[in-house]
Ligand binder design. Structure first.
Ligand SMILES: Nc1ncnc2c1ncn2[C@@H]1O[C@H](COP(=O)(O)OP(=O)(O)OP(=O)(O)O)[C@@H](O)[C@H]1O
Length: 497
């Protein structure tokens, strides 16, 4: 039987600081998606986090906290008299995991309380958990080893873990830790309390979003896809069900087990007209003369120092004459023959079995936008076969109602071109879509600061405090859950499929 440990120890070319079974701090600190969320306090000060963690009653950690607090106080006193705020903000989740790891044994199942099953997918179940005694909440994906191996899904589990460990983006999940028990593989990720966009759409009047809300969600998804493509990841499973809503209303793309990893050659290109629409799309196709020598390395994004004889002057790059350079990292050479995805979202090239690449994400982005705006997908048939038939053979038609703007329809039309090579973004990726008039007014650098159209109801985490009491009184522990041996109805055992 192939072992998860074996796949965990495989070299990972693009992530030298790869997570080992025992959590190791990342070289780069994450963007802190959880600033102020699910944390004991909503402060960015590590000092206040530590006080709050102490107050939450974790006596076992107090010694370590005390040491850390002293060193922080000393550092603050020596560096300045003001409280230091790190640019990464106060993600208490990293602190909590790190402190748990600093104890005698690395983080494992026994450190967590299972609070609630959030859902399940093809390769595992996802639970809301808390790291005992810290008041920090996580989503833990638990996969049954035997089931995964017997159903030949080990590669999918491996892909998901590898991809998650590469990610560091505000609209993508953070993997805080991963480990295995005798029976399970576990991934510890950030928890999204707002459910998914599919459920949220169902709750809208008439079950579709306003154009403004759709533009917000599409902008965030677009940035996530752009980042994935830059890392050489074709997502392949975009659908509202996989777009989770965070506590503060921003989104998080989830579920990477169907994703494809490939090489990518980031490039600087001269910007063309600066505008894209499906009608002018043919004119804005990339002119190969405009491609500047690939001068940025994938994954690390450090400029490659070219040998002197190859160096180009500013004017070679068109900088002096005022034209703009664009960063482009579209894995246009990615190829896969797999038949993966969800019927209504499958791109025609996947159904035709002719091989597919990164353009499938732009097709699914078109279906996604259509569904947000109209409340249904464009090629849905009476059954799966009919749907596939429609995707390949039926022209795109827009329903008469609701009224959707011309620019939105133009973008959808460009994305749902059946020939991937003619599809918008085939050559220049997200850069091209960002310039479409549908996104006029979006400040791409500040999307994270936009006000979300919907803020989920806050989660009452106190409801779980009483469960903890019950759990600890009756001896609930990760290991008992692991063995699935508990008879107490307050216990949460792992359930599968
Ligand atoms: N980080 C998270 N925060 C909150 N809920 C989550 C999180 N990750 C997953 N979920 C929930 O758990 C469910 C199962 O997720 P999971 O990623 O395992 O499978 P899936 O998306 O349903 O499909 P697949 O079969 O492709 O794995 C999701 O539908 C979602 O509702």
């Amino acid at each position: 039987m192939a072992s998860f440990r074996a796949f965990l120890s495989q070299p990972h070319e693009s992530n030298p600081a790869r997570l080992s079974r025992r959590w190791a701090p990342r070289r780069r600190r994450p963007h802190s998606p959880n600033f102020g969320r699910n944390c004991p306090v909503t402060s960015s000060s590590p000092l206040r986090d530590l006080f709050a963690l102490e107050e939450s009653g974790s006596r076992a950690f107090i010694g370590t906290y005390e040491l850390r607090r002293k060193s922080i106080v000393e550092r603050q006193t020596s560096e300045s008299n003001s409280i230091q705020i790190r640019h990464t903000g106060g993600d208490c989740h990293w602190e909590a995991i790190q402190l748990a790891n600093a104890r005698e044994s690395p983080v494992g199942i026994g450190h967590f309380r299972l609070l609630k099953r959030l859902g399940y997918g093809d390769i595992g179940s996802v639970y809301l958990v808390d790291l005992r005694g810290t008041g920090t909440y996580f989503a833990m994906k638990v996969m049954d080893k035997a089931s995964i191996v017997s159903r030949n899904k080990l590669l999918r589990a491996q892909t998901e873990r590898e991809i998650l460990s590469m990610l560091d983006h505000p609209f993508l999940p953070t993997l805080y830790s991963h480990f295995e028990t005798e029976k399970f593989y576990c991934l510890v990720m950030e928890y999204c309390s707002g459910g998914n966009l599919h459920s949220l759409r169902q709750k809208q009047p008439n079950k579709y979003f306003s154009e403004q809300a759709a533009r917000f969600f599409a902008s965030e998804v677009l940035l996530a896809l752009e980042y994935l493509h830059m890392l050489g990841i074709v997502y392949r499973d975009l659908k509202p069900e996989n777009v989770l809503v965070r506590e503060e209303g921003h989104i998080m793309l989830s579920d990477f087990d169907l994703s494809l990893r490939c090489s990518v050659d980031p490039t600087l290109v001269k910007s063309t007209s600066g505008r894209t629409s499906s009608s002018s799309f043919a004119n804005s196709m990339l002119d190969s003369e405009h491609v500047v020598q690939g001068c940025i390395q994938p994954s690390t994004f450090f400029p490659r120092i070219l040998p002197k004889r190859n160096r180009k002057s500013k004017s070679d790059f068109g900088i002096s004459n005022g034209s703009n350079l664009e960063f482009m990292a579209e894995p246009t050479h990615a190829r896969s023959m797999s038949f993966v995805g969800t019927h209504e979202y499958l791109a025609p090239e996947i159904i035709r079995g002719e091989g597919h690449g990164s353009a499938v994400d732009w097709w699914t982005f078109g279906i996604f936008l259509f569904e947000l705006l109209y409340g249904t997908t464009p090629f849905k048939g009476s059954g799966n076969r009919a749907t596939l038939h429609n995707v390949v053979g039926q022209p795109l038609r827009f329903p008469e109602s609701p009224m959707v703007s011309l620019v939105a329809r133009d973008l959808i039309q460009g994305l749902l071109i059946k020939d991937p090579q003619k599809r918008i973004a085939y050559h220049r990726g997200a850069t091209e879509i960002k310039q479409h008039p549908f996104f006029d007014g979006i400040n791409w650098a500040l999307v994270r600061s936009m006000t979300p159209p919907h803020i989920p109801d806050p989660v009452n985490y106190n409801q779980f405090a009483s469960k903890e009491k019950k759990g600890s009184e009756s001896g609930l522990s990760g290991s008992s859950a692991n063995k699935g041996s508990s008879n107490d109805s307050s216990h949460l055992d792992f359930e599968y499929f």
